[in-house]
Design a binder for this molecule. Structure first.
Ligand code: IPM
Ligand code: MG
Length: 368
């Protein structure tokens, strides 16, 4: 029997509550005994700032590097609005992404049948929707230098963020996009702003060249990022995989999440490159944030976090069947009419975070 090491970083706000539900799912797997998960836990974000005046400790980053997968909650909140920029809660997450070289961020937007009416769009636009936003996560505007605010001679200030991409950075994310598409509907949209940004010109040229060289069997479309945002609302079913840069990916994935009915539903995986043993660094997190307005009230939707763990089963532990079981359990629970507040609809039963977690486990029990 193999033991897998997980690092739990619940972070702030509802991150803590949704982690508790994943913990119960993991306990369930541990009891069944096909695989054993060992859990270490650390502080990140505001919780770490409160204890150590930084948003993550070096030793936690080391633990993350040694773990088989990081299970991350969410960071930030108004409580830390005034802390220095370099130690703000989000900096802990950005450091993990960078130090573990988690360049490939997979953000699926899947519409569960029971939730098609909760979407911001009409049912026929989203029913059966299954798209994947693949966001480059370690380059671009998030990390480019210079990144600074300087004071000019006349006393006003000047802020600079820089968008930087190299050929190899674009190639490696595009390759992941083409490979994922081959296992799905074999279609990639590459989104950039080549009409305004030279980073977009290089992005476009590089994706085109890679496609020609190694992936010509995959259908490729180039799309301007603003048009992509519009098309996502107009007719989202035209997409399969959307590969895009760090900043556009941040925005487009939030937009895509609303197609599914709730930000509380969307999982994500952030993956590094495979080493010679086929192992890759990985961090799994829900797309939602810390939701300070409902934190600590047992109201948060744990589904995105649980579905993120299902992605860990699939992408880090090669446990596709187990992943599928968790996902089916989620879908069944929704079919039965259970809803947390964020996805509540007429005639459904509103349940707490813990009740939702328990319902998923009960359903897994029935499926296994
Ligand atoms: C996300 C979040 C983060 C980002 C924040 C918390 C730094 O919005 O994961 O999409 O901007 O990448
Ligand atoms: Mg975001």
């Amino acid at each position: 029997m193999t033991t897998k090491n997980l690092l739990f970083l619940p972070g702030d706000g509802i991150g803590v509550e949704v982690h508790a539900e994943v913990k119960r799912i993991i306990d369930w797997f541990n009891k069944r005994g096909t695989v054993t998960f060992n859990i270490d836990e650390g502080l990140v974000g505001g919780a770490c700032y409160d204890a150590h005046k930084v948003s993550i400790l070096d030793e936690t980053v080391d633990l993350a590097k040694k773990s088989d997968a990081v299970i991350f909650g969410a960071v930030g909140g108004p409580k830390w609005d005034d802390v220095p920029f370099d130690v703000r809660p989000e900096a802990g997450l950005l450091r993990l992404r960078k130090d573990l070289d988690l360049f490939a961020n997979l953000r699926p937007a899947i519409v569960y049948p029971a939730l098609a009416d909760a979407s911001s769009l009409k049912r026929d636009h989203v029913e059966g929707l299954d798209i994947l936003i693949l966001r480059e996560l370690t380059g671009g505007t998030y990390f480019g230098e210079p990144k600074e605010i300087v004071t000019l001679e006349d006393g006003q200030k000047r802020a600079v963020d820089t968008t930087v991409y190299t050929t190899s950075e674009i190639e490696r994310i595009a390759a992941v996009g083409f490979e994922l598409a081959r296992k799905r509907s074999n279609k990639v949209h590459s989104a950039e702003k080549r009409n305004v940004m030279v980073a977009g010109v290089l992005w476009n040229d590089t994706v085109t060249a890679l496609h020609k060289k190694s992936f010509s069997d995959v259908e490729l479309h180039h799309i301007l990022a603003d048009n992509c945002a519009m098309q996502l609302i107009r007719w989202p079913k035209q997409f399969d995989v959307i590969v895009t840069d760090n900043l556009f990916g941040d925005v487009l994935s939030d937009e895509a999440s609303m197609l599914t009915g709730s930000l509380g539903m969307l999982p994500s995986a952030s993956l590094g490159a495979e080493d010679e043993n086929g192992k890759r660094a990985a961090l799994y997190e829900p797309v939602h944030g810390t939701a300070p307005d409902i934190a600590g009230q047992n109201k948060a939707n744990p589904i995105a976090m649980i579905a993120s763990f299902a992605m860990a089963l699939r992408y880090s532990f090669d446990l596709g069947e187990e992943a599928q079981m968790v996902e089916t359990a989620i879908s069944n629970v929704l079919d039965k009419g259970l809803r947390t507040g964020d996805i509540m609809q007429d005639g459904m039963e509103e349940v707490s975070t813990t009740a939702m977690g328990q319902a998923v486990i009960t359903e897994m029990e029935a499926l296994s």
